[in-house]
Design a protein around this ligand. Structure first.
Ligand code: PXP
Length: 237
């Protein structure tokens, strides 16, 4: 059974709407853990639009499962990650104006820079994962820069309209998971997964962990965070 990592960025987004202290993403993280999630994910963006440096410090101290820090390879962010030492760092591409992460990392196009960031993080004992599209060339490049964990971008699958288009995107993910596993990598997946589309991805054999944020926090508005996490865990099961 795949594990569930809950992304708490959107709790911080709500806090930032008023610039105060509520709701606190750290308290949310603890509630998610109590409800049975397997890791906590947060993205320290360069523009600090939701999660901030203080949150990251507190999350590292408070999280009892595993803290997975999503981050770009910007040298300032790498320096912060090396100081905080999350259990895992997931490297993602970042563009200032995007609403959310729009695509996987181009590892093939940025091998040297990514390899350097991977080395700097691993040097501090941080496990490193690369967020990549379901593309064999990117998976091979990820292996080549020295990571043994990848997260397959499920965004295109989540956005695909109609059975055929969604089936095509699903096939890409299934093949990518097989490819990663055949190279001895740990394969995670995430982005855009919700209560309706998660089943198919959770059923792919060998997917280690699903990282989900927006749909869980959205549902929590109506059902409470505990139930929202428990319901997602049950679906994955
Ligand atoms: N995985 C990665 C690498 C992401 O960047 C995000 C979005 O922050 C997620 C998973 C979660 O995506 P969503 O909020 O759409 O569930």
């Amino acid at each position: 059974m795949s594990e569930l990592g809950v992304n708490v960025d959107h709790v911080a987004t709500l806090r930032q709407a008023r610039g105060g202290v509520e709701p606190d993403p750290v308290i949310a993280a603890l509630a998610c853990e109590e409800a049975g999630c397997d890791s906590i994910v947060a993205h320290l963006r360069e523009d600090r639009r939701h999660i901030n440096d203080e949150d990251v410090k507190k999350l590292k101290q408070a999280v009892k499962t595993r803290f997975n820090l999503e981050m770009s390879i910007n040298p300032d962010i790498v320096r912060i990650a090396r100081n905080i030492r999350p259990h895992q760092a997931t490297l993602v591409p970042e563009r200032r104006r995007e609403l959310t992460t729009e695509g996987g990392l181009s590892v093939t196009g940025n091998k040297a820079k990514i390899k350097r960031a991977v080395e700097l993080l691993k040097d501090k004992g941080i496990d490193v994962s690369l967020f990549i599209d379901p593309d064999r060339r990117e998976i091979l490049a990820a292996k080549a820069v020295g990571v043994s964990i990848i997260e397959i971008h499920t965004g295109a699958y989540s956005l695909a309209k109609g059975r055929e288009a969604r089936g095509r995107e699903y096939e890409k993910i299934r093949k990518a998971v097989d490819c990663g596993l055949s190279l001895g990598m740990l394969v995670n997946a995430g982005h855009g997964l919700d209560y309706l589309n998660v089943n198919r991805i959770a059923n792919i054999k060998g997917v280690n962990e699903l990282n989900i944020g927006h749909s869980i926090i959205s549902r929590a508005v109506f059902s409470g965070l505990h139930k929202a996490v428990k319901d997602m865990k049950a679906l994955i099961k």
